[in-house]
Design a protein around this ligand. Sequence first.
Ligand code: 9WO
Length: 270
Amino acid sequence: MRIDLISLFPEFVAQCAAFGVVGRAGERGLLSLYGFNPRDYAEGNYRRVDERPFGGGPGMVMLIDPLRAAIAAARAADPTPARVIYMSPQGARLDQAKVRELASHERLILLCGRYEGVDERLIRAEVDEEISIGDYVLSGGELAAAVIVDAVARLQDGALGDAESAVQDSFEDGLLDCPHYTRPVEHELGSVPAVLMSGNHAQIAQWRRQQSLGRTWQRRPDLLNEAALSKADRKLLAAYQAEVAAAEAAENGSSAATEASAGPDSGPAA
Ligand code: 9WO
């Protein structure tokens, strides 16, 4: 996959992609990043890329022509057709389903704005899609572009080792991840749930599924409405919910918190 960055600070995104799984994807040739700086395509001694907004108001707007020339240069650098994406808070919210869709493209051009934004005519003429990574304003689109580069890079075939398989990821089935533990078994901060030490792989898988369901129910009930739950899932979740309700009742009834808690250390049995 090829990703072109249209940015006044293209090295910024490249640096974000230099490490770990994403860096390795680059080394393995699974992902190539190229930067095109609109300043290099700006005219005049000052190489202006921004101007004051018509209609007044604070801040500056990015000029059409340097951006258009940078996008044209990116397109011309490779015959592969590219989807042009503008990183903006006005875009559709990024989620893992969208990441999977983007990762399936052979080529993306990510347009990163600065200042108060980009002339609307450039967006209308050149941009296929606007994407937001969340409801907050950054100082530019670069961090959002880095998020997309990271999320799609790790989905490229061969980017993850077997141990990191994306199939097991949080969100790949629309649920939050289960809790994780490593050594030591006994620690000042608590012990590892016994089921994980049992060697019973079916039971471990069931416990993890139940934790995923329970945590999604507690933290992100909006996701639970979208997830396709099997009959077995519903039973696991009902048991988790019953355990939470019992723990709450015990807490309300007696001041001593001796009853089982719903925390990850003593999660409900199946
Ligand atoms: C700046 C600003 C200043 C005063 C009032 C309103 C304002 N809006 C903005 C603004 O949106 N600036 C953007 C900065 C212009 C486009 C690039 N910038 C950006 C992209 N900030 N945040 C993003 C972004 C992109 C994707 N997902 C979340 C945020």
